[in-house]
Design a protein around this ligand. Structure first.
Ligand code: THU
Length: 159
């Protein structure tokens, strides 16, 4: 029998349609993206995480001459958050990535490994994390949970 899974996301037209906190997250992700360490791909990614206490944690992709040793912006940021603020819940994760010199882009979603890592923290805190992935100059996609981006997800409930 054929079955389908439907995923839900919101397409926000552009920056001007974001609310104030979302604009701040966009701005902070853009700002940290400027200093991403991406000498090999020149594809720079910024991430901003909003905590339940209102604090914002930012991070960027960190590459390595031994390519697989590098890390995406989302995991750099969420691992730092998990390491430093293990008891504080994460409300939103905002990511923006594009080639360094680009002025236009499409929304770039978190890679598979980042989705799995984000899911771990969502499951741990028993509360959904809203995910935003933005283009530089146009649409911003939003999901209410990382599970929308990771159907048939594997988590600790199977262990
Ligand atoms: N990258 C991220 O930071 N996040 C993603 O979700 C996709 C890819 C980084 C990894 C690498 O430094 C560069 O983008 C090109 O793949």
């Amino acid at each position: 029998m054929d079955k389908q899974i439907k995923i839900n996301f919101e397409a926000i037209e552009n920056y001007s349609h974001l609310n104030d906190i979302e604009k701040t997250l966009f701005d902070k992700a853009m700002e940290i993206r400027e200093i991403a360490y991406a000498p090999y791909s020149d594809f720079t990614v910024g991430c901003a995480i909003l905590l339940e206490n209102g604090d914002i944690i930012t991070g960027s992709n960190q590459e390595n001459a031994a390519y697989p040793s590098g890390l995406c912006a989302e995991r750099t940021t969420i691992f730092y958050t998990g390491a430093n603020f293990p008891e504080i819940k994460i409300k939103k994760l905002f990511v923006i990535g594009a080639p360094r010199k680009a002025t236009t882009s499409v929304p770039i979603p978190p890679c598979g490994a980042c989705r799995q890592s984000i899911l771990e923290y969502e499951a741990k805190q028993k509360e959904e994390i809203e995910i935003y992935f933005a283009s530089l100059d146009g649409e911003i996609y939003k999901t209410k949970s990382i599970r929308e981006l990771l159907p048939f997800s594997f988590d600790a409930s199977f262990l």
